[in-house]
Design a binder for this molecule. Structure first.
Ligand code: ADP
Length: 474
């Protein structure tokens, strides 16, 4: 479980606050209910004590008081306690053990202090529990003073309180659990949209800047965030278009003076009176302008492809026969380097592609394989269908690519070994052109290689029926 995730933290906070709130409410409810029970019991006992005082204590002699109490109140049968004493501590009446045996007053001491005000107290008795007693000092005709003590078992308060406590103890966790589950579902629902935005955002790359994030019509920060991100993507797309257009324009502008320069150098080279040193210098300048022209051509191709402007004429073509033709054209190059070149393309693999662009892919991969494979090595080209896709593999037994370099070789101008690439006439743009062309055809290119063990470049393209996004590039 990810404890630092926003979902986890929200739920912990929510559960914590809810738990504290419910405990607080439970405690307040418990105390309030306990107070209410005590008050209402005190009122009942006070009324009863007054009633006993008024109706009974006005009898003349003590024997008739006892008879009256037994006759009218029968405290034992009603599970009540009743004791009447005179002011100087003489016991007139005390009830016996209650019928339900809920308390035992046999050892209850007489009150030893002078009582002037009524009050409620709790006495612990030997049996079962406590006794709640209300004591009322009562004066008859300003002569005789009595203490009337009326009591009931404390169970009358304890039992409902215990019931409430059990209900709270069982109910609270259930209520908190239900509230947390509800909260979890709500948080999940609101985070689903964030996840959807994140998924779409992950899908958006330079190749599909036309896609937009879903907008939550919630009128809150989430809606603002998706709208702002969409605006950002739009600006980013415009900036990229601008940069690509600039690169394309710059490359295009450079081409004409370069061609003129090349022609001029060739014309100078034709002159007879040149000294060998001058001839050598001009030859070197011609080689450099040729390299420069190659780079400019490469840059122009990449910029146009990235801007989606490369004129791609989509036709149904057989990748196998196109590959065989290119391999045959390049066989001489391989033979010059004494490299064995094998091609296996036996079945028709029909794809929808721009033949010139796709030829460029095969040429670039083969050119690299020849460049980076030493004499005596071999190159295997394979065209096949796999899992409903067209596959082109170019494997060589050459120098291979180090693990550090692999993630970068499709970047523009990246060369694992700059000096060597330059020596071999490389511009560092061949593989980025391959990658852009593959992407423009809804495919991809990947490499498996290890240093000194050779490399295998694999191009995967949609077969004719799978090709879904062709219109985008037409
Ligand atoms: P370059 O013009 O330098 O060949 P690329 O874009 O075609 O540029 O390739 C980029 C780099 O990838 C090369 O400089 C080279 O280091 C490496 N590379 C490409 N193909 C191969 C291969 N078949 N074997 C070994 N290294 C390769």
């Amino acid at each position: 479980m990810n404890t630092s995730s926003i979902r986890f933290r929200l739920i912990v906070w929510y559960a914590g606050l809810l738990g504290i709130l419910f405990i607080f409410l439970g405690l307040a409810g418990y105390l309030g209910f306990s107070h209410y029970l005590k008050q209402s019991l005190e009122r009942t006992l006070a009324n009863r004590a007054k009633q006993i005082g008024v109706t009974l204590l006005q009898e003349n002699d003590e024997t008739s008081i006892v008879d009256d109490i037994k006759k009218h109140y029968a405290p034992e049968i009603n599970d009540r306690f009743l004791r009447i004493t005179t002011e100087n501590g003489k016991l007139i009446y005390i009830s016996g053990p209650p019928k339900d045996g809920s308390f035992d007053v046999s050892h209850l001491p007489l009150l030893s202090i002078a009582i002037t005000q009524p009050f409620l107290r709790k006495e612990n008795t030997f049996n079962n529990g406590g006794l709640i007693i209300y004591t009322l000092p009562f004066e008859v005709e300003q002569q005789k003073k009595f203490l009337i003590e009326v009591g009931v078992s404390s169970k009358q308060i304890d039992e409902p309180l215990q019931g409430l406590l059990v209900t709270l103890a069982l109910g609270l966790p259930i209520v908190v659990a239900i509230a947390i589950s509800g909260g979890y579902l709500l948080i999940r629902r609101s985070l689903l949209l964030v996840e959807e935005i994140a998924h779409t955002a992950e899908r958006i790359t330079i190749g599909n800047l036309n896609e937009r994030l879903p907008i939550a019509k919630t009128g809150d920060e989430l809606e603002r965030l998706s709208v702002s991100l969409n605006n950002m993507i739009t600006h980013f797309g415009e900036m990229l278009q601008h940069i690509n257009r600039f690169s394309a324009d710059a490359s295009h502008e450079l081409r004409t003076p370069l061609t003129i320069l090349q022609c001029d150098l060739e014309a100078i080279m034709q002159k007879r009176q040149l000294t060998p040193e001058v001839r050598e210098t001009i030859a070197s300048a011609m080689a450099e302008t040729e390299r420069l022209a190659k780079i400019v051509d490469g840059l122009l191709a990449v910029a146009r492809l990235d801007a989606g402007e490369a004129i791609i004429e989509l036709i149904h073509l057989d990748l196998a026969s196109l590959t065989v033709a290119v391999v045959e054209q390049m066989r001489l190059l391989a033979e010059d380097k004494e490299i064995e070149l094998n091609c296996e393309a036996n079945e028709r693999v029909i794809i929808e592609a721009d033949s010139a662009r796709l030829k460029q892919v095969i040429v670039n991969l083969l050119d690299n394989a020849i460049k980076y494979t030493q004499s005596g090595g071999s190159i295997d080209v394979l065209v096949t269908k796999e899992n409903g896709k067209a596959i082109l593999k170019v494997s060589d037994t050459g120098m291979g690519i180090s693990a550090d370099a692999i993630p970068h070789i499709f970047e523009r101008f990246y060369r694992a070994d700059k000096a060597r690439s330059r020596e071999l006439g490389g511009s560092g743009l061949g593989l980025s052109i391959v990658k852009s062309i593959c992407a423009a055809h809804g495919g991809q290119v990947e490499v498996h290689s290890s240093e000194g063990q050779g490399s295998c470049f694999q191009v995967t393209l949609p077969l004719v029926n799978d090709f879904a996004e062709k219109k985008q590039y037409v």
